[in-house]
Write a protein that binds this ligand. Structure first.
Ligand SMILES: [Zn+2]
Length: 217
């Protein structure tokens, strides 16, 4: 478990990143840290990209409905305009922000603010997601949280997309994605939980489609 560093009289802030796959509890961990800071009477502000309107426009909502109010913003630079004498800034769904996010977080940290950003480190293709890799490299503290592979029970690091949609951003939860370990992720839709045993032929057709698409790349 992450324990806050003890910096008495320290003038500078710092950057924490909480990353991992879907269903790994990133937002829950972000909320845990923010709530504890708030209990200690620290002034907390929370931002999220405007793109994520799955549940609510003004809340960071984790999937267990343990939510906390946040401000949706169009760009990371907007955060610099909206801060008001805060100690801690939380950023949820950080992967959806633009590439200026690391620079913005560093500017905030230099103002003495503790910045906590949570986001997916990999997209559904298993590739680094948006500004997260750059943010990791400038952060003081990184916590990689894991889900449990829905097939084998090992630690899951990958978000497997169940549909054939190719867009990078497909919002949705349990119906659209599975948390998978590296091995199960690369086994693709042979493992598709949604396919009943008597539908095996459909499943194989889906697999063929996946292979054909990969050949195009
Ligand atoms: Zn697995």
């Amino acid at each position: 478990m992450f324990l806050e560093p003890h910096f008495k009289g320290q003038r500078s802030g710092w950057i924490e990143v909480i990353c991992g796959s879907m269903f790994s509890g990133k937002t829950e961990e972000l909320i845990r840290r923010l709530k504890r800071a708030r209990i200690a009477n620290q002034k907390v502000q929370i931002f999220k990209p405007k793109i994520d309107t799955r549940y609510d426009d003004t809340k960071v909502v984790s999937h267990d409905a343990n939510s906390i109010l946040s401000t949706p913003v169009e760009s990371s630079r907007k955060i610099l305009e909206l801060i008001e004498n805060v100690n801690v800034i939380g950023i949820d769904e950080a992967q959806f922000f633009d590439m200026d996010l690391p620079e913005v977080c560093q500017a905030l940290a230099l103002k003495g603010i503790r910045v906590i950003a949570a986001g997916l480190d990999m997209d559904f293709k298993g590739e680094p997601f948006g500004p997260i890799p750059n943010l990791l490299s400038v952060a003081e503290y990184i916590t990689k949280v894991h889900a449990i592979c829905q097939h084998c029970g090992n630690l899951a690091t990958h978000s497997y997309r169940l549909s054939n949609e190719k867009a990078k951003v497909v919002l949705g939860e349990k119906d659209s994605y599975e948390a998978r370990c590296r091995t199960c992720y690369h086994m693709g839709n042979i493992l598709d939980l949604k396919v009943a045993p008597n539908n095996k032929s459909d499943n194989l057709a889906g697999l063929k489609l996946e292979v054909e698409i990969e050949d195009e790349d």
